[in-house]
Design a protein around this ligand. Sequence first.
Ligand SMILES: *Cc1c(COP(=O)(O)O)cnc(C)c1O
Length: 459
Amino acid sequence: MTIQSWAEPYKIKMVELIKMTSRQERNQAIKEAGLNTFLLKSDDVYIDLLTDSGCGAMSDKQWAGMMNGDEAYAGSRNFYHLEETINTCYSYKYTLPTHQGRGAEHILSKIMIKPGDYVPGNMYFTTTRLHQELAGATFVDVIIDEAHDPSSEHLFKGNVDLGKFEALIERVGAERIPYICVATCVNMAGGQPISLANLRDVRKLCDVHGIKIMHDMTRVAENAFFIQQREEGYGDKTVAMITHEICSLTDGATMSAKKDAMVNIGGFLALNDDDLYEKACELVVIYEGLHTYGGMAGRDMEALAIGIRESLCDNHIRARIGQVEYLGKKLMDANVPIVRPIGGHAIFLDAKAILPHIPQEQYPAQALAAALYVESGVRTMERGIVSAGRNQETGKNHGSKLELVRMTIPRRVYTQSHMDVAAEGVISLMEKADRIRGLEFTYEPNCLRFFMGRFKTVE
Ligand SMILES: *Cc1c(COP(=O)(O)O)cnc(C)c1O
């Protein structure tokens, strides 16, 4: 017999105790949190699948790196290590550390966008789109239609629809499109990859029209793994090689290092162009910090440099995505409707299908996430029209075909048994789903309302 199963390529050296709460305590906690899982105290959570951001487990090597932090104000050795790592692994020439991904998005939007511009992207991301809008641009979704259909089994749902992209160029003119934002393993589509063939076609079209490609590379390693598994000609390439190839096809990147690269805080803006780099340096000193630390401590830059290399090991990424698949298959076996194919960092429950009796204007995914917490102590989050927010000009809700609850798996944190318990929580809630009721806002923030909005049950 050959070995079929994967196992985590690490063993556990330290543990953090967690506690289970009673249903009564959870009822109270979610009420106090305005039915928003973002407002729960972490102490009231049993298994935390809110996000995979900043909550991964660092390795002993990363912790050791923290002790080698060089906290000099200027020219920290850890910066040069990070810059060299990003150049070698990701191909980008210049690195500007930022406090996290949105810090990089802020600076990129400010240096590249003029008011009245258009920024196409393979689906929006919350903070990314907001920074584009604040800089005066209109975001245009150019992802393939399959990405908006939770049941489509398309293997590369992150692909750009070249027809939609060309139509935009035709309509507004290339000079009003400073760049296309291409995300790898598209978060809002369910952690779905883009293929290298598609990215190459995007490159060709951009070269014809003088449009740059800016890469949201938050989950590039996970995307590279899917290419290795699914795209012809890449089966014998390593995740590190594929990652390098992806990055080489783009002109620069924003990175939330709290995801793929397994640090608790940090991010960066990476660029190849000398002029853009110079402009970005001028802004980084205003909004983040000196260009050799930006928004990060020396020790954090060291942990990041080490984390980047660990994130690109085939064994690591196979176990990481293997765990996500394990949870997804359990739910599929129990006929729970989830986004297919199973994505890289999370399972997305299809709240529209689970709660057909709640109209989308009553936020079914928000209601489902709150109910799941009460049922099981598992914390998840809404990815539907609450996250989509309102159009900054018209004040109308952004439409969203997808109305999802995201069960996000932090890297190297939970075991398979935690996945079993999380799956059982969802399955047991499914049996009582008809009792869940719709919600309305009692407090709605102007921007990024999903973080701090409060809700009550509709009478
Ligand atoms: C998390 C995330 C960001 C923003 O990064 P932060 O570090 O949270 O500021 C941007 N894009 C994608 C795809 C993300 O998942």
